[in-house]
Design a protein around this ligand. Structure first.
Ligand SMILES: [Zn+2]
Length: 227
């Protein structure tokens, strides 16, 4: 009942407020107008990074790059509605649970929230399947000055299974915001398989080429280019 009321209040609000991107058009898709929606840098494909298949909604290009950065670093959480909508665009597999990409406690304290958890929670509500967080992430150190092999080992060591848990899911979907090399997803996926997951799918908002990650995001990511 409240959900229904909430939805019609949202519809009413949408009717009287313009597109959240251009401030002109009428809201049609997750708070943005038809024209802004069509002009997003769509990818809607499964790509391969670090021998991992990853479903991706968009290229990490304007305006999606700005929107994700504002969402993550400037706490502009109103962007979440559009970001939730993006994650629904690729054809999603049937899974038993959604696993948000974990962030370390340091990052959590610094940022105040885990952006992937917020996205996973919204997706979980939409698909009516649980969010599952069986893996912890240890301190995310800088990858600078490390060799390719050292970087891979560094990332693998960051992901550890949380305290033993009775719950086990066979098919899961990892949710992350931006994929660059895919090494975090690969490392998380390995731990999930050790925990008994038989099929691990991955879904990201956007895929970046290494050079597209700006200095702000580069400081955040542990996925430095593996050259
Ligand atoms: Zn618009």
């Amino acid at each position: 009942m409240f959900k229904l009321l909430g939805r019609s209040a949202q519809q009413l609000f949408d009717y009287f407020t313009p597109c959240s991107m251009c401030d002109i058009g009428m809201k049609r898709h997750f708070g943005v107008c038809q024209s802004c929606w069509q002009q997003l840098p769509w990818l809607k494909q499964t790509i391969e990074r670090s021998q991992q298949q990853i479903m991706v909604a968009c290229h990490y290009q304007y305006p999606i790059d700005r929107i994700i950065q504002q969402f993550k670093y400037e706490q502009k959480l109103h962007h979440q509605r559009l970001l939730n909508g993006l994650l629904l665009q690729p054809r999603l597999p049937k899974v038993h649970a959604i696993v948000p990409m974990p962030i370390s406690t340091d990052r959590l304290v610094e940022r105040g929230f885990n952006q992937s958890l917020l996205l996973a929670q919204a997706l979980s509500e939409h698909l009516n399947i649980p969010v599952w967080q069986p893996v912890q992430r240890l301190a995310q150190h800088s990858q600078k000055g490390l060799s390719r092999l050292e970087r891979l080992e560094n990332i693998e060591q960051q992901f550890v299974a949380a305290a033993p848990n009775q719950i086990r899911y066979r098919k899961v979907l990892i949710v992350d915001d931006v994929v660059t090399t895919g090494s975090s997803i690969t490392a998380l996926s390995q731990v999930l398989q050790q925990l008994g997951c038989q099929q691990v799918y991955s879904l990201c908002l956007a895929a970046a080429q290494h050079q597209e990650i700006n200095s702000n995001a580069a400081a955040d990511t542990t996925e430095s280019p593996l050259l």
